[in-house]
Design a protein around this ligand. Structure first.
Ligand code: B12
Length: 240
């Protein structure tokens, strides 16, 4: 019988070199119990079936810049990081010895609540600044996709993660400052217009400071500035 650990190991082997270095298993049932109906995943007939959350740390950036440097079509795409994520994870999923379904964090139609999934799998918990905090990498993680499959998932409770325990919660003040300066409708554009204050929420976290994203990765995540990204690709090409 196919073990979930085989799937996890195979995915890690395929995804890590491409910069997706967070791969954590859980069960669809535990995730579905936390979210509203329209965010639920197909459990393939049983709640204890496998779901895997895929994310990244700053390891994503050099791998992504290399992919952009080699692929003009990816560079020209209006959402190159989303396309890159889809391409890498689809290829990895197609090679698995089981059918699977993927939901993307960036998909507004078939939605998935990535922070709830991170909690249900024991990958990260939410801080007072509404960021998911990983016990090692702190807030310096991105949550990209959920893969579910008709394979029995881990039956034990997820590892207990308490990165915020005993913290002085400096992020709360940073969060209040960012919130006060941002249009209360809290659109992505509103956040972007005050992006340095939102980066300060991440910088206020004591966990994982040594894993802070590179400046280029931060600028792209908060501003989606294409010209800046293309400059980063050129600089990356020259360094290689
Ligand atoms: C919608 C959304 C937002 C909206 C939130 C609107 C709101 N309701 O308040 C806005 C545009 C404000 C936003 C902002 C940001 N977001 Co956002 N967002 C999402 C998204 C796409 C969906 C969340 C959702 O609807 N969940 C479904 C509901 C049912 O589940 P839930 O657990 O109750 O979700 C709630 C929280 O996630 C919350 N939330 C999410 N982001 C924020 C931001 C703020 C300021 C607040 C108050 C709440 C909040 O809103 C959800 C609904 O109430 C997720 C990706 C995903 N698919 O999950 C990313 C996501 C949560 N965001 C993320 C990030 C990084 C950001 C930003 C830093 C900007 C950026 N893209 O880099 C900022 C600032 C966040 C901060 N605290 O510093 C990351 C979190 C990573 C991490 N380490 O925590 C995610 C997981 C995207 C990703 N690919 O990694 N976001």
């Amino acid at each position: 019988m196919l073990q979930f650990s085989q799937i996890v190991e195979q995915l890690r082997g395929a995804l890590e070199p491409a910069g997706f270095d967070l791969v954590q298993p859980g069960t669809v049932g535990k995730y579905n119990a936390r979210v509203p109906p329209d965010f639920r995943l197909d459990d393939w007939g049983a709640p204890d079936h496998l779901v895997i959350i895929v994310g990244n740390t700053r390891a994503l950036w050099p791998a992504f810049l290399s992919a952009l440097a080699q692929d003009g079509a990816l560079c020209a795409d209006p959402h190159p990081l989303n396309r890159y994520t889809e391409r890498v994870l689809r290829a990895a999923a197609d090679a698995l010895p089981t059918p699977s379904e993927i939901r993307w964090a960036h998909d507004g139609a078939k939605r998935v609540a990535m922070q709830a999934l991170a909690e249900s799998t024991g990958l990260a918990v939410r801080s007072a600044s509404h960021l998911s905090i990983h016990p090692v990498y702190g807030p310096w993680i991105g949550l990209r996709a959920a893969l579910s499959a008709p394979v029995c998932g881990p039956q034990d409770d997820p590892p207990s993660v308490e990165p915020c325990a005993g913290c002085s919660v400096a992020c709360r003040a940073a969060f209040q400052r960012a919130l006060a300066a941002t249009d209360p409708r809290l659109s992505a554009a509103a956040v972007e217009s005050q992006w340095q204050l939102w980066v300060a929420c991440r910088d206020a976290c004591a966990v994982g400071q040594q894993y802070r994203y590179s400046d280029g990765q931060i600028r792209y995540h908060y501003t989606k500035d294409r010209q800046d990204l293309l400059k980063q690709v050129t600089a990356h090409r020259l360094r290689a």
